[in-house]
Structure formats: C-alpha cells, structure tokens
Design a protein. Structure first.
Ligand code: DC
Length: 430
C-alpha cells in the first residue's frame, strides 16, 4: 500500500529538514531525491568533465550504479557501491547537481529508482518534480517556499555550522542561480503541481511547518478512509455504540492513552488477549472501522458467525501458518480498514504475556503500516462492575520493527518488540 507525500520547492526552503523530522515522527520513509542528482554531479566532477555540457555528462550514466538505502530512517546514497552520502554536501556539488539535473537522460535515468522506493512504502519524498512527474498521484503534495534571503541565510548557517569557509553573499547568489536553473530548464522544471498546497515557510518555525504537513497527511488518510462504503461503516458504527452501552453497564471500563489513538484507518491494533470481548473493548474507543482476525472455530457457531461477519472478522487457523488469512488481512488494510489482532493467538488466563506468532510482523512489514499496541488489564475474576483498564501505547513504526528480510529471526524479533511494548502497558496493573 503506502501513502505518498511529495514535497517540492526551491533550494533551501527547508524541504529536507521538514521531511526528515516528519518522517521520523510518523514512521514514513524519507527519500531525499536531490542526493541522487548530487551523486551524479560528484561522479562527473571526479571524471573532470564540464557539468553543464550534456555530451560530456550523459555518456557517464552507463558507468553509474546508484542505490538508496534506509536504515533507521537515515538515507544513505551509494555510488557504485561507495557510500557518498557525506561527500555530496558541498557548494560545488550543489551546482554540479543543478547542472546535470537539466538533462533529460539524467532525469530519465533516475525515474524508476525513485518510483520503486515509493511503490511499497509510506514515503515523504522531497525534490523538484516529485508532485509533477515522479509521483503525480501522490495523496499529499506540498510546494514549500521561502524568500531567497531567508533560504540563503538558512543554508549559510548550515554550512557555517559545518565550519566551512563561506560568505553569505556567495550563498545568496548561488541560490538565485540555482533557482533560475532549476525553474527554467526545459525538462521537468521546478513548478508547483496544480493540486499542490503552497506553504511559505518564511518566518515559520520547523515545528509549525511539520505540524501543518502532518495535518495534510492525516486529512489524506481520512479521505481514503471515507472511500469505505457507508453500508459497511454504518452497521459497524451502530454495533460499536451498542457495545459501548452494554459493556459500560456490565463492567467499569477505563481507557488510558487517548493521545495514542490512531488518527486514521490502515493501521494494526495489537493487544494482549485476556477476555473473549477484547476486540469489543478496543473497538469502543477506536472510531475507525476495523477488520478482525478471529479463530476459525467461531465461524461454526450460527448466530455469532453472522455478527462477527458484520464487523469484518475473518477466520484464521490457529495452529498453522495460515497464509490465506494473512492475505485477507492485507487486503483489508489496503482498503483503509484497521486490523485488530491478538499476536499471541490465544487468550492468557493469568495475564502473563506470551510470545507473538509471526503473522503480525509479516502483515506490518508487507503493508508498511504502524502497529498500535494495546494493553488490557484487570485483577481477579471477571464479574459484574469489575474494573478493566485498556491502555493505548505509542505506535511502533514499520522501521522500528527492523524487518530487513522475512526471515524467521527478524519476524520473531519484531514480534518480541511488539509484545514488549504491550507488556509495558499492562505493567502498572489496573
Ligand atoms: O535538493 P538538493 O539541493 O539536494 O538538490 C540538488 C539539485 O538537484 C538541485 O539543484 C536540483 C536537482 N534536483 C532535481 O532537479 N530534481 C529533484 N527531484 C531533486 C533535485
């Protein structure tokens, strides 16, 4: 699946700072596409060619292999296997990158690489033509600007902090020249996409801009959610209301961690499993419609079967790797539903937290969605007006799960991470 946020704009508008901070905050992958043009600029300079002459630059592309890797949300760019991420941050390379980026062959060379990264991930991608050319169907498009003086000042401070010998006037004139180059080239010039939101960050704090873009992403998610037809959402909402009433009378249910409730659909809610009505307890507080992974035996009980089908429960066989149920779960997430799952696979009578089965990690990783841990705690036996505490924890981003391959070891470790977060939520008892 993957939600795409494109941030375009001129040099020094703050794109990378905003994109990086927000990606970290909401568990998206941050893709800095300028680094790709910079790496080509670096290669051209190393070869001693004149970077604004296409006949000299274009033949070099056959010798170049670029790779972007993301580790803990930090992007590294590899040029023919060499990590050049730090080398490409000079003024000289900025100009070379701007030069080579004007050539159609160079842009074409980088298109697939950029699209591939966005294909299966939630991404925030910054550049010049992301909203117009690379990801024209991005759900969120931002055109980030600031006055040339402000941009020059920011770049100047940044370069000075790295103790480079710089002059403000030179930085400003470079910015003006790059602006001109980037917006006047024939191929994919820097231009606001028609459906992009323009944000002028002059005089704004980083945090303010980050919040604004995050709001746009939340709004996009809500729009996506609304595409689930009303005939599916309404019966669910009615049952949810009824359940809140009934369970509120029978038990003394307390909810904690409301600030951690999901703000959209397409997330995984993973809880420890104490009672048969845990899914209901979670659903009462989470307003976005969810699907539920439920043991297949429940689908053999006549009336129950009908009710759980209304709330989009689907069967899973508990003692085998049920591949088809994982596909159903993914399908629901892709359509904008949440998935409520109890990773241990079975109820714990004494409240002890067990190990997760691999399903939750497989789904989180394949769909690239965050896992919201939920802790359910009560003391003693369940009886009338027993206090039950339901705690929502901070979401775990797909990156945090560190699933590099779908190996047993990675999946087990990811499952353990999820259960550890859940365990923390039930540590402070009821
Ligand atoms: O964002 P940056 O300063 O790292 O980009 C370096 C140059 O690369 C910039 O002058 C224009 C070019 N570029 C581009 O043409 N398209 C992109 N998507 C990203 C960068």
């Amino acid at each position: 699946m993957g939600l795409k946020c494109a941030i375009d704009g001129p040099s020094g508008a703050g794109k990378s700072t905003i994109a990086k901070t927000l990606a970290q905050k909401i568990g998206f992958i941050y893709v800095d596409t300028g680094a790709l043009y910079r790496a080509i600029g670096l290669y051209a300079l190393r070869k001693g060619v004149i970077t604004d002459i296409p006949e000299q630059v274009v033949p070099l592309l056959d010798e170049i292999k670029l790779d972007l890797r993301h580790e803990n949300n930090v992007q590294r760019v590899f040029l023919n296997g060499e990590d050049v991420s730090d080398l490409i941050r000079t003024q000289e390379i900025s100009m070379a990158a701007s030069d080579v980026s004007a050539f159609a062959e160079v842009r074409q060379f980088l298109i697939d690489l950029q699209r591939e990264i966005a294909a299966n991930n939630d991404v925030i991608m910054d550049g010049r033509d992301i909203g117009t050319v690379i990801l024209p169907d991005a759900e969120v498009k931002v055109f980030l600007t600031a006055s040339p003086e402000e941009r020059a000042r920011r770049r100047f401070e940044e370069l000075k902090a790295r103790s480079r010998d710089v002059e403000y006037e030179k930085v400003l004139s470079d910015i003006n020249r790059r602006d001109y180059n980037d917006s006047h080239r024939e191929i994919s010039p820097l231009r606001k996409a028609d459906d992009a939101i323009e944000l002028d960050s002059t005089g704004m704090e980083v945090g303010e801009v980050v919040d604004r873009v995050e709001e746009l992403i939340d709004a996009a998610r809500r729009r996506e959610f609304k595409t689930i037809p009303a005939w599916r959402r309404v019966p669910y909402a009615l049952l949810r209301g009824l359940a809140a009433l009934v369970f509120g009378i029978i038990f003394d249910v307390r909810y904690e961690g409301r600030e951690n409730l999901p703000k959209s659909g397409s997330v995984i809610l993973a809880g420890n499993h104490r009672t048969w009505f845990d899914p209901v307890l979670i659903a009462i507080r989470v307003k976005y419609i969810s699907s539920y992974m439920a043991k297949s035996e429940l689908f053999e009980i006549p009336v129950l079967r009908t009710i759980i089908k209304i709330v989009h429960a689907f069967p899973t066989r508990r003692n085998s790797a049920d591949v088809s149920s994982l596909s159903v779960a993914e399908e629901y997430i892709r359509k904008g539903y949440n998935l409520t799952i109890f990773p241990e696979g079975t109820r714990s009578r004494d409240g002890k937290i067990g190990r997760a089965r691999s399903g939750v990690a497989v789904i989180a990783s394949r769909c690239g969605v965050p896992v919201y841990p939920v802790g359910i705690a009560y003391k003693g036996h369940l009886r009338f007006r027993r206090r039950i505490t339901v705690r929502f924890g901070e979401p775990i981003s797909p990156e945090e799960l560190k699933i590099a391959s779908m190996s047993k070891t990675d999946l087990r470790a990811a499952g353990d991470r999820i259960m550890a977060k859940i365990a923390k939520l039930v540590e402070t008892d009821v």
